[in-house]
Design a protein around this ligand. Structure first.
Ligand code: UTP
Length: 508
């Protein structure tokens, strides 16, 4: 441990002595902890990032040259019961039936692993737990994690193969996620197929002066380093993992040891996602792509999704906040948006590609996010509404006050060979849980409705109507597509005589 004098000597030229404001009040254990936290910070990197905070993001400069990406549409095989008609897809580069066959073969041969990123702080939802624990089942109240795991178990059973499920957490959600999985016996997944790994963090700094914030008198404010932190987290030892290779070398080494070749990647907050869609996997494999992405057709120019674009022949994502209005509004001759492809953060990634990229921290740049970060007040003049000084207490700001530095996984796109873009249907494939119930969109009510609507559609497609205001929920273990639903209902003689479902149901 360094002494106060040694730390001051280091921090003074960096303008960061505020970190020692409460040093003399701390006991020796707290001092030791704070000293270690300070030693871990790469201040040169932090200062350089802060100096460049107002530089326009590289992607913004691309907007003028941005064109729509070449893409094709995923067939709605999960929703339909009829086999695909090849003739409808004659203009496609690859026939969807070929793609499905290629995807199914990879699944059957056990070449797939799944990564879900669940290390975010979920500040907009304001849930105060790991977001994956949020009860989203419209009838059952099951959590996001449970729905995902049941989809994985359904795919694993269908294709007779083990599919390891890797879950990215961050220090804020790590232990809680481990405890939750343990308490629920991994919702039926085999112990060795649950690989929980923790991403890294970055110090949060004051938006105005770049000074590192304190979360407590003895603790530096840190936040997870973005979903892109996954690239480095999967290549780092995870000492608390019960799986020896993961503990010593990391997730990538374990997946390579198990001869996995591709990763299906998604975000924890989308419960309608078609996990391991064979057709999507198949297009990725047939095109020799190292990084493939699902997109939806944007409904409005300023929709809050990353914009998938082609710039000088390379695929890139321009974040919605970096897309100038003029570019967002550009229209094609038929009146539709030119920049229409919104990324929904569902990707296929080649493991060898990730292995090559994970060795270089420069593979992914940091982005700047202006966020609300609670901090210890250091200004002796600051008082609350009752005139009581706030000095030394933790303040939860009402407006964004800090910079969080984050890496985004989609920055790998332009570095990948043969990346492809696949359009999916927004209604059946994308229902992100982002916001607090008092917000109008992407909130628990809208997400639950979209889940019900998906099952309603499956039922409609097999000739069963659901009465208005009736909720239907179907566990993926009961049926994971319209076709499976028809088989199940017939097998169990559960088709209502009237052809109408009159009461809310949860089939599991
Ligand atoms: P968001 O950027 O939507 O963040 O993350 P969030 O944490 O869910 O919510 P806010 O912005 O604080 O309100 C998209 C996905 O990426 C994961 C999240 O868990 C979510 O699944 N993520 C985000 C990480 O795994 N790590 C991060 O550092 C950030």
């Amino acid at each position: 441990m360094q002494t106060k004098e040694q730390l001051l000597k280091k921090l003074r030229p960096l303008g960061q002595t505020q970190l020692l404001t409460f040093w003399d009040e701390l006991d020796s254990e707290q001092q030791q902890s704070l000293s270690l936290q300070i030693e871990e910070i790469d201040f040169d990197e932090l200062n350089a990032l802060f100096e460049h905070r107002n530089d326009p993001p590289a992607s913004a400069a691309m907007a003028d040259r941005a064109k729509e990406p070449v893409s094709f549409r995923l067939s709605d095989t999960r929703e339909q019961i009829l086999p695909l008609d090849d003739r409808l897809y004659k203009d496609y580069q690859y026939n969807p039936n070929e793609a499905i066959a290629a995807g199914e073969k990879a699944l059957r041969n056990g070449k797939l692993a799944i990564v879900v990123v669940a290390g975010g702080q979920g500040t907009r939802l304001d849930f105060h737990h790991a977001k994956g624990i949020f009860p989203i089942g419209p009838v059952s109240g099951v959590s996001l994690f449970q729905i995902h795991i049941e989809r994985i178990r359904a795919m694993s059973k269908k294709y007779g193969a083990r599919i390891p499920f890797c879950i990215q957490t961050s220090p804020a959600t790590h232990q809680e996620t481990i405890d939750y999985f343990r308490a629920n016996h991994n919702f039926g997944l085999a112990e060795e197929d649950v690989l929980i790994f923790c991403q890294s963090t970055m110090p949060s700094v004051d938006w105005n002066d770049g000074k590192v914030l304190l979360a407590a008198k003895d603790r530096i404010a840190r936040s997870p380093d973005g979903h892109g932190g996954m690239l480095f987290a999967i290549n780092s030892p995870q000492p608390d993992s019960p799986i020896p290779t993961v503990a010593e070398k990391g997730i990538l080494a374990e997946l390579i040891r198990r001869q996995k070749e591709e990763i299906f990647y998604f975000q924890v907050d989308n419960p309608v996602i078609d996990i391991c869609s064979p057709e999507f996997i198949g297009y990725h494999l047939l095109s020799g792509s190292e990084f493939s992405s699902q997109v939806i057709r944007k409904q409005h120019p300023q929709d809050r999704v990353g914009n998938m674009v082609l710039v000088d022949g390379k695929l890139n994502v321009i974040e919605y906040c970096d897309l100038p209005d003029e570019a967002a509004q550009r229209r094609k001759p038929d009146g539709s948006l030119e920049i229409w492809a919104g990324s929904i953060a569902v990707h296929m990634m080649n493991i060898d590609f990730l292995r090559r990229k994970a060795s270089y921290s420069s593979s992914l740049p940091f982005h700047i996010a202006k966020k609300k970060v609670p901090y210890v007040v250091l200004d002796p003049t600051l008082k609350n509404e009752n005139g009581i000084p706030l000095y030394g207490s933790v303040l939860k700001p009402k407006t964004p006050n800090a910079i969080k530095y984050e890496k985004f996984i989609f920055d790998l796109l332009p570095q990948a060979k043969n990346p492809i873009v696949i359009e999916v249907d927004i209604q059946t494939c994308f229902a992100p849980l982002k916001n607090h119930p008092d917000q109008p969109t992407d909130n628990p009510q809208t997400v639950r409705k979209q889940l019900c609507d998906l099952y309603r559609l499956w039922l409609n497609n097999i000739g069963i109507r659901v009465a208005d205001n009736v909720l239907v929920e179907i566990s993926p273990l009961f049926a994971n597509s319209a076709k499976e639903l028809k088989q199940q209902l017939e097998k169990r003689s559960m088709i209502p005589d009237s052809g109408v479902i009159e009461q809310s149901v949860y089939w599991q």
